[in-house]
Design a protein around this ligand. Sequence first.
Ligand code: F6R
Length: 608
Amino acid sequence: MCGIVAYIGPKDATPFLLEGLARLEYRGYDSAGVAVAGRTGGVKVRKVKGRVADLAAEVPARFKGTTGIGHTRWATHGVPSDANAHPHLDNAERIAVVHNGIVENADELRVRLAAEGAVFRSETDTEVLSHLIAAHATEGVELEEAVRAALGKVVGTYGIAVLDAERPDRVVVARNGSPIVLGIGEKEMFVASDVSALVRYTRQVVHLEDGELATVRADGFRTFTEDARTTHRQPSTVDWEIDSYDTGGYEHFLLKEIHEQPGSVERTLSGRLDERFATAHLGGLNLDARELREIRRVKILGCGSAYYAGEMGAQLIEELARIPAHSEPASEFRYRNPVIEADTLYIAVSQSGETYDTLAAVQEVKRKGGRVLGVVNTVGSAIARECDGGIYLHAGPEISVASTKAFTSTVVAFALLALHFGRIHDLSPADGRRIVSALNALPGQIREILAQSDEIAGLAAEYADSTGMMFIGRVRGYPVAREGAQKLKEISYVHAEAYPASELKHGPLALISPELPTVALVPDDELLDKNLTTLGEIKARAGRVLAVAHRRPDARLADHCILVPKSEPELDPLLLNIPLQLLAYHAAVALKRDVDKPRNLAKSVTVE
Ligand code: F6R
């Protein structure tokens, strides 16, 4: 949700802090701040409401120190303001803290600390941490001991970095539900909540575990648990390309990520297709054929676009493996005391692997003895670690807030799982071969769709000023409509509603007018005639129609059409979705929206 960076070494920390924050800005961007300390004594702090660029403009040239922490915020407790921006200080302005997550007992701690003399200058839950740590950092107590003791009184989730003006030779960090990564340099150390801030400086990283703390010094680090037991962590190497963290000549990360899809799909498929047995190999499932045969139902859990990708996944599993499958928002599932069945396979979907609602749903299933697989992009993330096995997407880092390439790779991963499942059950070798060759053809077909980007930009400009848009699709097309509406509304702020085409006449047809155009998914499948009838019903009410189709419908049924190459019917939804990504992108550009950082949203939602 928010972003954390820290530096300790021989150099001035400020340039790294500001650059690292700019790279993390996609995670939260309503205020930003930095604090540095050095040999001259005292902590210097600058923090502002606004973007990292606003902060950089406020930081004077003399703002220097060899140890520093920084933060970019997405407000949860208290409005975006200079005062609520992190870092937060104690009364003596000695302890500076940046924090991601939520301190659930902040109100109670605030009352207690205020009674002991703490003067609060913000509305945030984070400020209690600086006062609480300061209260424990008495004469002769090491900073790490003070942090450990303070966290012992905290209920909630956190990733924190703590700077002490009296001990500028170290930064103390801790993780509980919100990621902290240490980056190992040459006689210097970096910290961030996400590797994207570090990869320009080092590829050697250590991901802290929940409940773990670290003392970070210029020449190394020491990790330990909440009860002070030393832990031994081996660094791992980040294998994502540095280029992934730049726009690489594209105007926005979103456009770049849409255009990366032929390559990201290839990576999701790589080494997983078995032409000989017309199946898929998925090494990380940790379930053998016998165990898979015992599964009677599949329940898929995710939030937002991950949930819609799960709906496409459920459809694929039902069609190819003939096992009942259903996708549900993880955010709802976790609160409804779900019935967990031994013969149901639960699958959690998450690009970031950090979404708190999805993580909580996984924990709920596991607590009740269920088995959960993860379909996750971020290797080693909290959800990936919590699951019993799963499929990594290998889509590469996704920076733009709206999910595109990870969405597509998720659907590809489900296609592989459905194929594997299907071939263990009754999917024939011929059908298996049909799916294998359709999967192999996807990257080329996605390229064909991307080549229409300019044409789609023209259509987007034409439709962007509508008061709203309806997205409709039948059966396989319905999740496509939902994801299309989601993408449009989140980045262009145009109201968009998705409906099953079959349901239109049961209510929403009343909305149809020239002011509310419809995007209709019209694949050339067994439901084509039904879809064409629906288009006729819309046109009869003077509605405008933009068809996304395999064959151009009669001009009386659609005002415009985007043609999409045909795959096998089970995989068509994946391709039908790609033009909708471009439509949303170009509509957002036409409306001059902040495409990569839409208002009120953040890339990973690590709070409830
Ligand atoms: C929409 C979008 C969100 C995410 C959702 C889950 O474009 O990006 O709806 O899909 O917040 O995020 P992950 O997949 O990281 O769990």
